[in-house]
Design a protein around this ligand. Structure first.
Ligand code: UDP
Ligand code: MG
Length: 316
């Protein structure tokens, strides 16, 4: 049986680039179908993320003209990660493989061949990794590198230079569907899913048309989600700082008492310093401890699956 492939493409205000990229994606799909690699039930699934321009009308037009195109329209702009998840979850029960990619043509569609090959060789997740960042502005390059380093230092697993161009098998999609969290950072979540994975390298080109829809605010918010959804290390840092300050404070108390006994202080100084040090140390340490519990509650409220079974062997 040939696998059914869905290209899942979130779009937000992309009227300039859509006519070009839709043609690119459907041509690719047709050639893959023609060469017998994938089933003719394969589709390009566009997700209109509450666009304000002509995007939705354009997608409807494509779907009428070309049976390979289907689409979802979100009721309002929910952001790239939510739109992508909506598409993946809709594709989950309809396809054997989903490849998510941006609609601006920056993700080289020809890398899909290698991704499918890796899937046929037994991989459930194939990460599209860009070879370099030459086509990015100096700012985007710098901020992205800083972000990956920060995320790794904080202990969250990420594939370096991988954005959201990736292939997911049916069972990887099903496992991803078990993650019920609201603050999405799909790259991190896919790493948590597990299964056999590999990387495919591609050259990321400039946008074919239009402008980036990732505003500075959206970039910061994605970065914050990446860190706060995947690690409670910032809280650990507060606890550690609290602990160090508490120790220094207690040394401060001893020092003030010794200085008092040595007699070289004005009256009232030692008791004042001792109280300030004591309260300061206790407070910061306590905030850290409370933070630890809040961190645990946060992780619990995500209701993440505790495990994903890959295979059952000789189970009756
Ligand atoms: N996008 C979306 N909703 C948003 C912002 C972006 O669906 O609120 C889509 C956008 O249409 C594109 C993809 O996410 O297909 C990546 O956005 P963009 O190319 O603007 O980001 P960049 O490549 O500049 O980081
Ligand atoms: Mg882009």
């Amino acid at each position: 049986m040939k696998p059914i492939l869905y290209f899942v493409v979130p779009c937000y205000n992309e009227q300039e680039v859509l006519p070009v990229s839709c043609r690119l994606f459907t041509d690719k799909l047709s050639s893959l179908i023609a060469s017998g690699v994938i089933s003719d039930k394969s589709r390009v699934l566009f997700v209109d993320d509450g666009s304000r321009d002509n995007t939705c009308a354009l997608i409807k037009e494509f779907a009428e003209k070309n049976g390979l195109v289907c689409a979802l329209k979100l009721s309002r702009n929910r952001g790239h990660q939510n739109a992508l998840l909506a598409g993946l979850m809709a594709a989950k029960d309809r396809c054997d493989i989903a490849i998510s990619l941006d609609c601006d043509g920056q993700d080289d569609i020809n890398a899909a061949d290698e991704m499918i090959k890796q899937y046929l060789d037994g991989c459930d997740i194939v990460y599209g990794v860009r070879k370099n960042r030459k086509t990015d502005s100096a700012f985007k390059r710098g901020s992205a590198q800083l972000f990956y380093k920060l995320l790794n230092a904080m202990g969250a697993e990420t594939v370096y230079n991988h954005a959201d161009y990736r292939l997911l098998s049916k069972r990887a999609l099903a496992a991803l569907g078990e993650y019920k969290e609201v603050n999405l950072y799909l790259r991190g979540m896919t790493s948590l899913v597990g299964f056999k994975s590999t990387c495919v390298y591609y050259d990321r080109t400039e946008r074919l048309a239009g402008e980036s829809k990732y505003t500075f605010g959206k970039m910061i918010s994605l970065a914050l989600d990446g860190i706060t959804s995947f690690t409670v290390k910032p809280i650990r840092i507060i606890t550690a700082v609290g602990f160090v300050i508490a120790i220094i404070s207690f040394i401060g108390i001893i020092w003030s008492v010794v200085a008092r006994l040595a007699g070289d202080t004005v009256s009232g100084w030692a008791s004042t310093v001792a109280i300030i040090c004591f309260l300061g140390g206790i407070q910061i340490l306590s905030i850290g401890v409370i933070g630890e519990y809040i961190g645990k509650i946060y992780l619990e409220t995500k209701h993440r699956p505790r495990y994903t079974v890959e295979q059952e062997i000789n189970m009756q």
